[in-house]
Write a protein that binds this ligand. Structure first.
Ligand code: ACO
Length: 492
């Protein structure tokens, strides 16, 4: 295949916002993507977008004009591909007809350039370091909201009315208990097993207790969503209690979502345990910051499994497994272990940095870098500040915070990290707060999973309702042997 080029077509003026409003179509009610020439767009931040378009196209965009189609030339064949734009001006080339028209597929390992779905839930601009839940900035949400409200926001993409919030809060409080037989599943697993494996198994097992989850009806999907959001803290706490051989603590309906988690984790039947309000607020903040992050590895997994028609529990169980990996949510455990090994004198911060820069060392600076953020992860920014506040409010000091700050300073002044735009991600500072709350290191990723649950559930529900959803089934570039004849084992 030679002479492949992807060029924007001639520019077309953008439709104006008033033109759309005059048709009585609120933006929310419009089809999620409109062809570029009909989509209202205030400005395009071309300066922050990766430089993929021709200078002429960039100029036309700055003049508020955008191409309607992209032209793809493969040898003598030229086709037009429609261009789409999202509500935050993200542009996409619609390649759904590509293979049918050309026989070619796109090659994009890791899907870094591929929009696999459209979504109204979370917006993320990695170049600017922006994160919004249904339009609300993560900074404002972290300051003013709480995790239960954030769950509702992600599920419905609008803030709840007082009565809606009260009903939802009631529902996820009154579905927290696990079926007594499910408790036996924990007992049958080794105590030394990682709690993420225990959680994945338990969430998967929920579909054996709630077989209506496979009916596929909207009503049953919603009931499954409530059950999962309500029961995940109980499952998480039981996975810990099992690992240390303590009795499981039944949930308490008089406590808030976050307070109940701490109670089930740290309470025992022998004495009264009242969660510390500072710890409750700190945990609530952590959960809010983890609640959704658009099409990350675990969420894509949940959507992929769900696209086959599998039920919510099966899909989220797969998402928990994806989150466990050290390149994803598992990094929060690795960060603390790295900081501890520096404190214990096994390696200095500088030695860690040097190893992370050497490709053959097999090491990376955990808690640094991100597929999408090429700027400071706004969640890490909030958590860094929260580390100081929480330690101060709890009257504690932690030298791990000093080590983390030192590592960050070295990295932000090192050309290797600067050139690659590697900044601290959400996992870099979260562990210091988890540790201050007394949460054991192997439970860090489980807490990430509790936080991410509303994101997984919301994305799964959205995927199931989207008429454009198709079973996820990518293509491949085959590079193996071409056709050959079978030789029997004696003759090989
Ligand atoms: N330390 C050292 N070098 C790094 C790091 C790091 N943490 N992250 C990326 N790089 C380098 C890569 O070696 C590569 O260098 P090269 O261009 O010379 O080959 C370049 O930066 C780009 O990295 P990629 O691996 O191509 O980036 P990708 O988007 O595929 O990976 C990832 C993103 C997995 C997060 C990566 O940055 C990483 O491994 N970070 C450490 C693990 C981590 O913190 N994960 C949590 C992420 S946040 C979350 O999932 C909740």
């Amino acid at each position: 295949m030679t002479g492949v080029s992807l060029m924007p077509d001639a520019a077309h003026p953008l439709g104006s916002l008033s033109a759309v409003e005059s048709q009585g179509l609120p933006i929310e009610g419009m089809h999620k993507f409109l062809p570029l020439n009909t989509m209202p767009s205030p400005t395009l931040r071309t300066e922050s977008k990766p430089a993929a378009l021709t200078p002429a196209a960039v100029v036309s965009m700055m003049n508020q004009t955008v191409p309607k189609t992209a032209k793809l030339t493969i040898g003598d064949l030229q086709i037009d591909l429609p261009m789409l734009i999202g509500t935050e001006n993200e542009i996409a080339i619609d390649i759904r007809q590509l293979r049918a028209k050309t026989g070619a597929i796109t090659y994009d390992p890791g899907l870094g350039n591929t929009g696999a779905c459209s979504s109204k839930i979370t917006f993320l601009d990695g170049e600017q370091g922006t994160l919004r839940y249904a339009g609300y900035s993560i900074e404002e949400i972290a300051q003013k909201s709480n995790f239960v409200e954030v769950m509702w926001l992600l599920l419905h993409q609008r803030l709840p009315l007082a009565a809606e919030l009260a009903q939802f809060s009631h529902d996820i409080t009154y579905h927290t208990m696990l079926h007594e037989n499910l408790k036996q599943l924990f007992s049958s697993l080794p105590k030394s097993g990682h709690p993420m494996a225990v959680c994945a198994a338990s969430v998967g097992a929920l579909s054996t207790f709630y077989q209506d989850s496979s009916s596929g009806s909207d009503e049953h999907n919603w009931i499954s969503a409530i059950r999962l959001l309500a029961k995940m803290p109980t499952i998480a706490a039981y996975s810990y209690k099992h690992s240390i051989g303590q009795p499981f603590m039944y949930p308490r309906n008089d406590l808030s979502y976050a307070a109940n988690i701490l109670y089930m984790l740290f309470g025992t039947p022998c004495e009264k345990y009242e969660p510390n309000p500072v710890m409750v607020r700190a945990l609530d903040l952590l959960l809010i910051l983890h609640a959704d992050h658009e099409q990350n590895c675990s969420t894509s997994t949940v959507r992929t499994v769900g696209s086959s028609g599998a039920n919510l529990f099966a899909s989220v169980s797969a998402g928990i497994s994806a989150l466990w990996g050290p390149l994803h949510g598992g990094a929060n455990q690795d960060v603390i272990e790295m900081l501890l090994s520096i404190r214990e004198g096994k390696r200095t911060a500088k030695e860690f940095m040097e190893l992370a820069k050497k490709k053959d060392s097999g090491m990376r600076l955990v808690g640094f870098g991100h597929r999408v953020y090429k700027n400071y992860d706004p969640r890490a920014q909030i958590l860094k500040k929260a580390c100081y506040e929480v330690l101060d409010q709890l009257g504690r000091k932690d030298s791990l915070l000093d080590i983390a700050i030192e590592l960050e300073q070295i990295a932000l002044n090192d050309s290797y990290f600067v050139e690659r735009k590697l900044y601290p991600n959400v996992d870099f500072y979260s562990g210091i707060i988890y540790k201050a709350l007394g949460i054991p290191v192997e439970m860090f990723t489980v807490f990430f999973a509790i936080g991410r649950m509303p994101g997984w559930v919301s994305q799964w529900l959205e995927c199931r309702k989207d008429p454009e959803t198709r079973i996820t089934r990518p293509r491949q570039m085959y590079t193996g042997a071409t056709v050959r004849s079978y030789t029997s084992v004696e003759k090989r």
